[in-house]
Ligand binder design. Sequence first.
Ligand code: ADP
Ligand code: MG
Length: 291
Amino acid sequence: MSIHIEDLTVRFKNGVTAINHANLNIPNGIFGLLGENGAGKTTLMRVLTTVLKPTSGTVTLDRILYSEGNYEKIQRKIGYLPQEIDLYPNLTVQECLEYMGDLAGVPKAECKKRIEYYLKKTSLAEHRKKKMKQLSGGMKRRVGLVQALLNEPEFLIVDEPTTGLDPEERIRIRNLLVDFSENRTVLFSTHVVEDLAATCNQLAIMHKGSFLYAGSMKNLTEEAQGKIWICKVPDERKAREVEQKYRITSKQYVEGGLQLRVISEIQPELECMSIPATLEDAYIYVTNQYE
Ligand code: ADP
Ligand code: MG
């Protein structure tokens, strides 16, 4: 399953352009969508799930064009975890999932089996009898994820699935998504770089409604290679001087002064060394270029 987005624009009634003439190909496997708050991730996902109709541009899913006559066919192929979820507060976790599975047309016996399986995978099994309104935000999101997985969709869209989870849960959910992505397509949005470093080979960086980068993780970090430097300066005053000239992404006190992480196309005239770029560096480098 692959998705092609061509010249996509979404402008809201209030005049905000959330997506601005964007192009993107989403291949098979797990694909990361990285961007700060307000970048346009949720808007893109809502378009892909057919919840939101774009202002202009085209989207195709395995060559099926997003158009009135095809929406139902497309929806059947998609599982969606929205960023904000509010599932039936008075139903228990089990009841809620059975009901949602039924709505999605999953046969009853099969649905129960899948609920069992995914509740275990998300460490929710012992909470199945709790009412939805008794759950924490992080738990609700995990129930939302199980719900999105129930029809075992060919294309899974998960909007910030790791938000509000503790580190251990975060890792479990990442692993679940990676496992699920085998022979399928998973679009995984996050504003946490680390989430993607641990899961995806391919990603897009979204910024103010455009894609600044789309491609492999490896190419991205290579792009930032030799442009991130660690420099040492003796004191705060010197650090401020450097700051006026270069973009500093971190500052750390070390023996005999301060260590700065500096973005520069060429080696700064300071005591410094180039370091292998991490995804975090690459992300900062790419978005920095745009500013
Ligand atoms: P992200 O998910 O990356 O945080 P969003 O897609 O939610 O970004 O938002 C992108 C931009 O569109 C923001 O400026 C946001 O305020 C705006 N926006 C999102 N939804 C609406 C809406 N329904 N009406 C008006 N503006 C919106
Ligand atoms: Mg969002």
